[in-house]
Design a protein. Structure first.
Length: 319
């Protein structure tokens, strides 16, 4: 008798034991692998987390029966998207699991600037009692969000609790229920001067690379606050710095960059109007639980119907 070949799911990001048990219950005929095994790669149908090691195996054509890849991040541009698409491999991401933490980051960054928390802390360290600190508020300001997906809609809910007006920008201009007005990316330029705060949660697509450039910054009103928690590629850094120096932007909070980590001599690190964070706005305290809220239902759906249903990537749109 020949060797019976058993399909497997290869999990490259540690999950809790209870999650692994749930996967085994959903896929009783599959073997669960926690690291690549050369002799079993030909039977690998599902991969959770695309790592550099997986990329090497892919390039060596050692994953001939791969059917579905579950990314553990919202961003997917580090995967070989064109090749996966050509081979008909389903790709899902972890969009949505970071919506609460990124929302809190954005609001926190804005309050840090508007309430002058940095100066308050410096005054305390210097034992100074100084009431001459900035006391602006979010209330009645207009927030324009570029990218009103899971995160953008959650940010809208919280911003409205602060009394903000919210404009949403998406690719099509199709109405998003939570926001006050929705515009397409093409239309948005004509409405930038309405915004006191601009937040980018844009994914990386051919249309969003260098999206925020000199021309778009020039359309913003003086004193605009800018936050980028989307992709570093969407912002032309030299143009951002120029907008800050010209007081078009009063403040920028940046969590994502084209090249990470930033070089020690990066002008971004030295600029007094910029707050930098090391791409951790989406850090989740209970990451495995949050991640499994996507993986678990997707595995169950794959077991029932041969395909996942949550966060399925449209390769034509790159998100």
């Amino acid at each position: 008798m020949g060797v019976i070949k058993v399909p497997n799911i290869l999990i490259m990001r540690p999950l809790k034991d209870k999650h692994l048990d749930e996967i085994r219950q959903s896929l009783p005929d599959y073997e669960v692998l926690l690291e690549p095994e050369e002799a079993k790669l030909a039977e690998t149908e599902i991969i959770v987390h695309w790592t550099p090691d997986i990329q090497e195996l892919w390039e060596a054509s050692k994953l001939p029966n791969l059917k579905w890849v579950q990314a553990i991040s919202a961003g997917i541009n580090y995967l070989p998207l064109e090749e996966l698409h050509q081979k008909g491999i389903i790709l899902t991401n972890a969009s949505g699991i970071h919506k609460y933490t990124i929302t809190e980051y954005v609001i926190g960054a804005l309050l840090y600037y508007l309430r002058d928390f940095g100066k308050l802390k410096r005054n305390q360290e210097n034992q100074r009692w100084d009431v001459a600190v900035q006391t602006e508020q979010l209330h009645e300001k207009t927030l324009m969000i570029f990218g009103v997906g899971n995160i953008g809609r959650q940010l809208t809910v919280v911003a409205k609790a602060f009394g903000m007006r919210v404009i949403g920008v998406n690719t099509s201009g199709k109405k998003v229920e939570e926001v006050d007005e929705t515009y397409s990316q093409a239309e948005s330029t004509n409405h930038l001067k309405e915004a006191d705060v601009v937040v980018s949660i844009l994914p990386q697509t051919p249309q969003t690379i260098a999206f925020f450039d000199k021309e778009r910054f020039a359309k913003m009103k003086p004193g605009t606050l800018f936050v980028n928690v989307g992709r570093g590629s969407s912002v032309v850094i030299d143009d951002l710095i120029e907008a800050l120096n010209q007081d078009i932007l009063a403040f920028a909070a940046l969590d994502v960059f084209n090249n990470e980590p930033l070089e020690e001599d990066s002008p971004l690190l030295q600029h007094e109007k910029i707050m930098i964070s090391p791409h951790n706005s989406g850090s989740v305290a209970h990451f495995r639980e949050a991640l499994f809220s996507v993986i678990g239902p997707n595995v169950a759906s794959y077991a029932q119907n041969g395909k996942p249903t949550i966060n399925v990537i449209d390769y034509e749109k790159s998100y």
